[in-house]
Design a protein around this ligand. Structure first.
Ligand SMILES: [Mg+2]
Length: 444
């Protein structure tokens, strides 16, 4: 073991010469001091928290409760009945006729989210919300704190100060990836589990490749073909070999994750990307066309960011009008984004605020002769601070698949639900509870 560690240290040193090292550092953190908190059945439990009559019943939170409404969160009781998130309401009711469908309340989930994050910040300033129901607490620089005690107290505080129905699973490990893994594996053991150098091999030996958050079916197959058949074998596989199996530096990051190193930021040459389009006199007669174009520009940037695994922290928007005037906007956000929906929502909400404040009339109108969306201030997801998370991965995989299909069959063949201009569908996006547009101020 000692030999292995010294090898990794040398390896880490060599790597650090070539890359920009950020606060994650490439050093081995063998002490389990990173906590990953995952709220259980979050939306459904928020509803059971507020509506007492829903407790101990199978509950399905839906974006809308029509026959074909999509169930986005299930209470524990509903999961026990065999229901799965993503089902249509009619299918779910067929399996579980006493299911109680409840329309989603994004504002409610955000409210509880803020309260939960504030509980965590009582213990440590280094709290990173990862999604509406997940957060990381990094106790690395809090030598006096006992991570296990902090975890137990946070679980109790959320129950006593935020809501007695809001349970969570906490994983503790030397890095964020393993802490996430511990939170998943610990769900059935009282929602508390620690992964440390002492037990990691034992934990990994009980898992399949697909049990690792971020390893999908394709990658599991590729690893197996290369004779890396289990997470344990992956942990002891030389990093360069993993790199060749993954056909990318990701392989090395996987080695890091399974060997207690936090993944780090790598410099890249991209400083900004923009998507711009002129609009002919004929085309700009139709506001629908202009709306579509706005979406296309955002999707173009999304596609390029997905391709490069970038997330942006600054966004710009410009509209030029036939009378030679223009409207410009640029803003910075605290949590990096990559997807077109977030870009559109943020730009539009700023436009709406401007319109309301100045009574300017619509900014996006039929006089626009050129439209431009720009993104910059990138962070690289593969290496971003605490980047490897199920929700992000799944979303990224979905986006990638969509772009591949579009490339193959043409962009009109596949349209995401949200691309249809239907208020109900747009609501879906909010319903999934992104924390992207919560700023630091929201937690005060
Ligand atoms: Mg959860």
């Amino acid at each position: 073991m000692a030999f292995l560690f010294s090898t990794y240290l040398i390896f880490a040193k060599i790597i650090s010469i070539f890359v920009n090292v950020n606060q994650n550092s490439t050093e081995i953190k063998a002490e389990p001091r990173v906590l990953f908190v995952d709220m259980n059945s979050y939306f459904a439990r928020c509803e059971q928290q507020v509506n007492y009559w829903l407790r101990n019943r199978p509950v399905g939170v839906c974006v809308y409760t029509g026959k074909y409404g999509c169930v986005i969160s299930l209470s524990t009781e509903a999961k026990d009945r065999g229901l799965k998130a993503g089902m249509r309401l009619n299918d779910a009711m067929a399996i579980c006729p006493d299911l109680v469908p409840v329309e989603s309340n994004p504002a409610r989930y955000r409210d509880f989210h803020k309260k939960i994050i504030n509980v965590m910040r009582q213990y440590c300033n280094d709290v990173v919300p990862k999604s509406i129901d997940e957060a990381i607490i990094n106790l690395t620089n809090y030598d006096h704190a006992d991570p296990m005690k902090v975890a137990v107290s946070i679980k109790a505080d959320i129950l006593s100060k935020v809501g007695d129905w809001l349970t969570c699973s906490v994983g503790i490990a030397p890095n964020a990836f393993l802490a996430k893994l511990a939170s998943v594996r610990g769900k059935k053991q009282g929602g508390l589990m620690m992964i440390s150098p002492q037990n990691i091999d034992e934990v990994l030996s009980g898992l399949k490749l697909g049990d690792l958050p971020g390893i999908g079916a394709n990658m599991a197959y590729r690893l197996e073909r290369a004779d890396v058949k289990t997470p344990l074998e992956m942990r002891y596989c030389p990093p360069q070999r993993l790199k060749s199996i993954f056909k990318s530096i990701d392989g090395i990051y996987w080695h890091y994750r399974l060997n207690f190193i936090e993944t780090n930021i790598v410099a890249h040459e991209y400083r900004g990307m923009q998507a711009m389009r002129q609009i002919s006199a004929e085309k700009r007669q139709h506001i629908n066309y202009i709306d579509q174009l706005f979406m296309t520009l955002c999707l173009t940037l999304e596609k390029r960011m997905v391709h490069h695994k970038f997330y942006c922290k600054s966004v710009g928007f410009t509209a030029r009008y036939a009378d030679n005037t223009r409207w410009d906007d640029a803003f910075t956000i605290s949590v990096p984004v990559q997807d077109a929906i977030s870009l559109m929502r943020m730009i539009r909400s700023r436009i709406e605020k401007f319109e309301a404040a100045t009574s300017s009339g619509p900014i996006i109108n039929t006089d626009i002769i050129q439209m431009r969306v720009a993104v910059t201030n990138f962070v690289n997801n593969g290496n971003m601070l605490y980047s490897l998370f199920e929700d992000m991965d799944r979303k990224e995989t979905a986006l990638k698949t969509m772009h591949q299909i579009k490339d193959k069959f043409g962009s009109d063949k596949l349209i995401r639900a949200v691309e249809m201009t239907d208020g109900k569908v747009i609501k879906d996006v909010i319903g999934f509870g992104s924390v992207k547009d919560l700023t630091d101020l929201d937690y005060k």
